[in-house]
Ligand binder design. Structure first.
Ligand SMILES: Cc1ncc(C[n+]2csc(CCOP(=O)(O)OP(=O)(O)O)c2C)c(N)n1
Length: 330
């Protein structure tokens, strides 16, 4: 059975919000206003949005997204204005201008921000869900990992630990074809990331990562299994990174034909087509989603641009368990 119409329109809303937000950050970058790099999720929005929608915030579910999973953070409740302020390094951004992009956490809203050492977050999330289980909670964790990161030692240790401990964890392994400039075929001798799960006795599924409904349904199954004590699942989402690793990378190493092929499978275009063809929503309802997204992004960007730069005297605050902060304010 398909999810209710409202939910399907929410999927569209959050995919559009992700794309619109990233389009604007791209513009800000070109205007020289972004501090640091810009890693976007163009083409991968359905994986992040569809999977996060399978979680239940009321039960304390938690995600740890990577740079391609802005959509999951938005679904959990991160605000576009916070993301703009992060990239613009404003003093009132969640990281107070000390760090950029998606490196911010809010446990109350259920997200642990991106960290750079790839693979390590699977172990962190093991700890999060193990602790929750010891406290008698029904929390499920969802951790995102790229194809390249599934080749780290950290990933293999953590996947094994999750399986042995039967932890309530869903691993979303995003196979987007490349780890920076390395194609998946140059870093593993197996066809599917899902094959890696077998080594640890983990159930796995392979899903079309550009099909938001398929991702949602697959994640729902995995979340239900985890919630009922059935342990972790690895979901391989097959998708494609439609831009370079970050904005500075022109992805000249990606064959043009491959990009053309995946462009035809754009997750937002194809979902809008599906909504129309299946008569879930008509053109004006789809347009309404766009208008709502545009209005929110315009407001939030104006807010973020009006925010002050960080104060120099705050640079050392929050670095060593608040010691410097206390010293500065006392
Ligand atoms: C342990 C570790 N090794 C290397 C890096 C440098 N690095 C950052 S992103 C990246 C590529 C990641 O590729 P993948 O996991 O496939 O994710 P994608 O960027 O394709 O979404 C690398 C090698 C890192 N951050 N952490």
């Amino acid at each position: 059975m398909e999810p209710a119409k409202n939910l399907q329109l929410d999927f569209l809303y959050f995919m559009r919000l992700t794309r619109g937000l990233e389009d604007r950050i791209d513009n800000l970058l070109k205007q020289g206003k972004v501090v640091g790099g810009f890693f976007r999720s163009l083409g991968q929005e359905a994986t992040a949005v569809g999977s996060a929608f399978a979680l239940d915030k009321k039960l304390g579910d938690i995600v740890s997204p990577l740079t391609r999973d802005l959509g999951a953070m938005l679904v959990m409740g991160a605000k576009p204005r916070e993301v703009f302020a992060q990239y613009l390094a404003r003093g009132s951004s969640p990281s107070h201008g000390r760090d950029q992009n998606l490196h911010f956490t809010d446990l109350d809203r259920g997200f642990i921000g991106t960290i750079s050492p790839l693979g390590a977050l699977v172990a962190v999330m093991n700890g999060v869900v193990l602790a929750a289980r010891m406290q008698g909670k029904k929390t499920v964790g969802m951790v995102y990992i790229g194809d390249g990161a599934t080749s780290t030692g950290a990933f293999h240790e953590a996947a094994n630990f999750a399986s042995v401990q039967n932890l309530p964890l869903v691993i979303i392994a995003e196979n987007n074809g490349y780890a920076y400039s390395t194609p998946t075929t140059r870093q593993m001798r197996i066809l599917n990331l899902a094959d890696r799960a077998k080594a640890y006795g983990l159930p796995s599924e392979i899903v079309d990562g550009n099909d938001v409904l398929a991702v949602y349904k697959s994640a729902q199954r995995a979340v239900a299994r985890a919630r009922e004590g059935g342990g972790p699942t690895l979901i391989e989402a097959k998708t494609f990174r439609m831009r370079g690793h970050a904005a500075h990378d022109n992805q000249s190493y990606v064959p043009k034909e491959l990009l053309d092929q995946w462009r035809k499978r754009d997750p937002i275009d194809s979902f809008e087509r599906f909504l129309r063809n299946e008569q879930v929503a008509d053109g004006s309802e789809i347009e309404e989603v766009k208008t709502k997204v545009e209005a929110l992004l315009a407001d939030d960007l104006a807010w973020a641009e009006s925010q002050p730069a960080p104060r120099p005297e705050d640079a050392a605050g929050g670095v060593y368990g608040g010691e410097f902060e206390r010293a500065l304010t006392s």
